[in-house]
Design a protein around this ligand. Structure first.
Ligand code: UDX
Length: 445
């Protein structure tokens, strides 16, 4: 099949490349001509394991094409995906200007019937607005062409996006048309061979499914973080509690890891947007409000522990930080808890000496050159001259550490672990004080 994807951001590029990899002919369109010319040379603007090689390979095979010409993009296929950004505007609702601009452009340029599939995460009712935006262009030029619509939300995790696309848990398709349903079944057939993962539903239900899924996951995390904070007060170890509750299959082990809060491009934005949608319909989303406020507090959790440990005497201290991205296997710093922590430390006059395997360039872009930020190339280099160690992201190669050496190197002999990576007894035995999330009695050295 032939498909065009509008938007070569994270979702658009992963989706387009994976569709091309299965043998479809894919055109990726972006208004950013520089980005398109880099993509044509096989240079991808994001870090996602496995993606760059697939872009290069499918380019060579002739399955994956790039353009910044809207007419070429619209003419290329009858199935047109919108995967452009929906940044939150000031009040937290998703800004639809890019989505609707693409729909308008499609309506203006199309010369035969087309299907527009919305892949961007958009509030309930947006697909209908997409249809209207395209249709109004057709009406304006007296055309009798028809636009069909579908909602096909993505469930890609950063760092595992290629695998999530190739081996989906589910393929959600919202449509009101039997013909569109047929198109989508054919499109996704290569990814849907062993058992049928396609769930076809109403358009509005598909739009809400995406938000409900992310809001539920965010709720699990905030719930666990709140219980972790209580466990700490009670002298109970949340890691033992986690095992205890996860063994119930109704609860499950996934997404109940306590930490310093969720970040990234999806959860914070989607929780806010859903809360806003509720408000617009006269409904207060009490759970979501709590999820968000617990998360905001949780990002401060290590800062509170650091203040408590140092009795507010942080000025002039040097903190080594391991891991800055919002989670491992990505360079994404959007809403990363490390930002809240670094900014609080700087505010208090401390120096940050940080290492992250992927996010350093992004951190430099965000904060520029500053005296109180030293970005170093290895985890060991981050420790040189440091008073304490903070772990913000649980990258795999932080999991085994030489605690005796850490005890010798860190002048204040203290670790603040925002991801519960270590066994408290082992750390304490090396003579280090260990602060983690919700580990109660194990805290003391
Ligand atoms: C998420 C959804 O998982 C994905 O389905 C959706 O399409 C986009 O949003 P992503 O933002 O890439 O994906 O990251 P994810 O792996 O879900 O983690 C989100 C955040 O939650 C991270 O900050 C992570 O550290 C945190 N988290 C996750 C926890 O704090 N505890 C957990 O148990 C799980």
């Amino acid at each position: 099949m032939k498909v065009t994807i509008f938007g070569t951001g994270y979702v658009g590029l992963v989706s387009g490349t994976c569709l091309a990899d299965s043998g479809h002919q894919v055109m990726c369109m972006d208004v950013d001509a520089d980005k398109i010319s880099r993509l044509r040379q096989g240079q991808i603007p994001i870090y996602e394991p496995g993606l760059e090689a697939m872009v290069v390979e499918n380019g060579k095979l002739g399955n994956l094409h790039f353009t910044s010409d809207a007419a070429e993009a619209v003419g290329f296929a009858d199935l047109l995906f919108i995967a452009v950004g929906t940044p939150p505007d000031e009040d937290g609702s998703a800004d639809l200007k890019y989505v609707l601009a693409v729909a308008t452009e499609i309506g203006r340029l199309m010369d035969k019937n087309k299907t527009i599939v919305t892949k961007s995460t958009v509030p309930v009712g947006t697909s209908e607005k997409v249809r209207q935006a395209a249709q109004s262009q057709l009406d304006a030029r007296g055309s009798s062409l028809q636009v069909s619509i579908a909602s096909n939300p993505e469930f890609l995790k950063e760092g595992a996006a290629v695998n999530d696309f190739m081996k989906p848990d589910r393929i959600v398709v919202g449509t009101d048309s039997a013909q569109v349903r047929k198109q989508m079944v054919e499109l996704y057939a290569p990814f849907n061979r062993n058992s049928d993962r396609m769930i076809v539903m109403d358009i509005r239900a598909a739009e809400l499914t995406k938000y409900a899924a992310n809001a539920m996951l965010a709720t699990k995390i905030s719930f666990m973080n709140e219980i972790a904070n209580l466990a700490e007060l009670l002298g109970a170890d949340i890691e033992q509690v986690r095992h205890g509750i996860g063994s119930d299959p109704r609860i499950g082990y996934q997404f109940i890891y306590p930490g310093i809060g969720y970040g990234g491009s999806c959860f914070p934005k989607d929780v806010q947007a859903l809360e806003r949608t509720g408000r617009e319909h006269g409904m207060q989303m009490s759970i979501l409000q709590a999820v968000e406020s617990v998360n905001n507090l949780q990002k401060q959790r290590l800062v509170d522990l650091i203040r408590q440990h140092y009795g507010n005497e942080i000025n002039g201290k040097t903190f080594a930080i391991w891991g800055l991205s919002f989670k491992p296997k990505t360079d994404d710093m959007r809403e990363a808890p490390s930002r809240v922590i670094m900014e609080a430390l700087w505010q208090a006059g401390a120096i940050v000496q940080a290492y992250d395997p992927e996010a350093m360039q992004e951190v430099e872009r965000l904060y520029g050159q500053r005296q109180d930020l030293r970005l170093v190339g290895t985890r060991d280099a981050a420790l040189v001259g440091a008073d304490a160690l903070i772990i913000c992201t649980e990258w795999q190669h932080f999991r085994a550490a030489n605690f005796e050496r850490l005890a010798e190197t860190l002048s204040d002999k203290v670790i603040f672990d925002g991801r519960n990576v270590y066994d408290p007894d082992t750390v304490n035995e090396a003579g280090l004080t260990y602060y983690a999330i919700g580990r109660g009695a194990s805290l003391h050295s």
